[in-house]
Ligand binder design. Structure first.
Ligand SMILES: NC(=O)c1ccc[n+]([C@@H]2O[C@H](COP(=O)([O-])OP(=O)(O)OC[C@H]3O[C@@H](n4cnc5c(N)ncnc54)[C@H](OP(=O)(O)O)[C@@H]3O)[C@@H](O)[C@H]2O)c1
Length: 259
């Protein structure tokens, strides 16, 4: 069995903190936790002193402030945050030979815990390089064997925005469709269950080849009718934008095929 040379302090008690506390403990990592709602600042200071790695599972807009208020004066610490969008300069801690590393878990964490095997497959996306040295998973989580990738800091905003488009937008779209089924059509959202399952399953099998409907058929009369109907529920603009996005992708695809 591999030896665990590190001691961790996990800060926060929100969604990610709950998932990672479970995952990291299941993997045998030596982990303390601290949350502002249940612990004191004295407890934070003593836990920071003991820890080699401080893992910040707290809101993005609080991470930098938390580091400068509570962690800046400790020597030789590895501070890990999990934000997909933030790139935090190491200048904050450089003088104490501490490092700040971004390790974004590319996953959506809600309130229910997942199976252990599901955590093991989550890819981590690291800020590309810290102090000119590439950081492998072994530097921060030697007991984990998750896949990991590097991303340049200046690409993080786009990277995270794309994750939001793929993940959060999908949830918002389905919540909107189900709401309109109830309020405009007086149909239960349960009616959609089989359709929804098939859409997601087909997408998992082949995200490019599963499109049906008027866009792919270039059925402009139906597209016009849809746009008019969606005016009434405030979704016409969304429909038109999505058609424009589809057209761009389609044209790029045709150009590639003819080259
Ligand atoms: N959830 C996801 O799907 C997901 C996925 C990938 C990465 N992440 C990243 O994980 C991090 C945490 O996100 P989350 O979804 O777990 O958020 P969350 O559920 O909203 O929890 C945020 C936690 O931060 C704590 N907190 C906020 N400000 C603080 C401060 N100044 N000092 C100490 N604690 C503070 C909150 O404490 P209180 O409870 O006391 O308010 C709460 O425990 C973020 O960087 C996020 O980008 C999240």
């Amino acid at each position: 069995m591999r030896q665990e040379p590190f001691s961790y302090l996990l800060v926060g008690s929100g969604r990610l903190a709950k998932h990672f506390a479970y995952y990291f403990k299941s993997k045998g990592m030596s982990l303390r936790t601290w949350s502002r709602s249940t612990h004191s600042i004295e407890q934070l200071n003593s836990s920071v002193k003991e820890a080699s790695h401080i893992l910040l599972a707290i809101s993005d807009d609080q991470i930098e402030k938390f580091i400068s208020q509570h962690l800046q004066n400790y020597k030789h610490k590895i501070i890990v945050h999990f934000s997909g969008a933030l790139s935090i300069t190491n200048l904050l801690c450089e003088k104490n030979d501490s490092e700040i590393i971004g390790a974004h878990p590319l996953m959506s964490f809600s309130y229910e815990l997942y199976d252990l095997k599901d955590y093991e497959k989550i890819p981590f996306i690291f800020d590309s390089k810290v102090n000119e040295n590439e950081i492998g998973l072994s530097k921060i989580f030697p007991l984990l064997s998750n896949p990991f990738h590097y991303l340049e800091s200046n690409k993080k905003a786009l990277y995270h925005a794309l994750c939001v488009v793929g993940g959060n937008f999908t949830n918002i779209l389905w919540a909107t469709v189900e709401k309109e089924f109830v309020s405009s059509l007086k149909l239960s959202p349960d009616v959609l269950a089989e359709y929804k399952q098939r859409v997601f399953r087909n997408n998992l099998l082949d995200s490019k080849g599963t499109l049906t409907g008027p866009f792919i058929r270039q059925d402009l009369a139906t597209i016009e009718k849809h746009t008019q109907a969606l005016e009434k529920v405030g979704l016409a603009q969304l429909y038109t934008s999505m058609f424009q996005v589809y057209e761009q992708i389609n044209q790029a695809h045709i150009a590639k095929e003819t080259n």
